[in-house]
Design a protein. Structure first.
Lengths: 120, 111
């Protein structure tokens, strides 16, 4: 149990275009999903927290107009990188946390496999 | 001072060795403690989680939490080359959704 699917695993795009990354919880309902960014040989940097049906909460320094997050259902969250530029190239990872009424352990985040974004 | 400190390594051991990975933390409110394994260019995979103090064992892995010392450990017995990865400790306080991560320790197990 506790499988999180992230798609695509790798995307290459031209500067100025937008890219959408999907994150799905396959076998549990994720009331909260998180989006991280990871630079080479560094730890995860939280970008935003999204609760189903609510606006995402962005961390300080993260441009919410550039990184659009939608969490429209209990199993799907999307991150759209708008007008991507080469400096947005990075490894993006989502995670999901189960609701309190489920059997999965609380406060545990389950991660997707990540998306490598390369902006040319 | 960071909330969670973790030696980045790399830690190099021969196959079959017992590996000890550690994190220290400063926030006494942390109650949930996790260890994740991350292979290169992959997402973190949950290995162990512990609530409050104590030990937990799962196969070759043992997690220990000492809240009095604000110190957590992950032991790997009979280490294998496939254990070569970066190990991240993570923790959170009750009621708080965010995880605070260590920087990760890179482990290299040589055949």
């Amino acid at each position: 149990g506790a499988v999180v699917s992230q798609h695509p695993s790798w995307v290459i795009c031209k500067s100025g275009t937008s890219v959408k990354i999907e994150c799905r919880s396959l076998d549990f309902q994720a009331t909260t999903m998180f989006w991280y960014r990871q630079f080479p040989k560094q730890s995860l940097m939280l970008m935003a927290t999204s609760n189903e049906g609510s606006k995402a909460t962005y961390e300080q320094g993260v441009e919410k107009d550039k990184f659009l997050i939608n969490h429209a259902s209990l199993t799907l969250s999307t991150l759209t990188v708008t007008s991507a530029h080469p400096e947005d190239s990075s490894f993006y990872i989502c995670s999901a946390r189960a609701g309190t009424d489920q059997t999965l352990a609380k406060n545990i985040q389950y991660f997707g496999a990540g998306t490598r974004l390369s902006v040319l | 001072q960071k909330e969670v400190e973790q030696d980045p390594g790399p830690l190099s051991v021969p196959e079959g060795a017992i590996v000890s990975l550690n994190c220290t933390y400063s926030n006494s409110a942390f109650q949930y403690f996790m260890w994740y394994r991350q292979y290169s260019r992959k997402g973190p995979e949950l290995l162990m989680y512990t609530y409050s103090s104590g030990n937990k064992e799962d196969g070759r892995f043992t997690a220990q939490v000492d809240k009095s010392s604000k110190y957590i450990s992950l032991f790997i017995r009979d280490s294998q080359p496939s254990d070569s990865a970066t190990y991240l400790c993570a923790m959170s306080a009750a009621g708080f959704q965010k995880l605070v991560f260590g920087t990760g320790t890179r482990l290299l197990v040589s055949p």
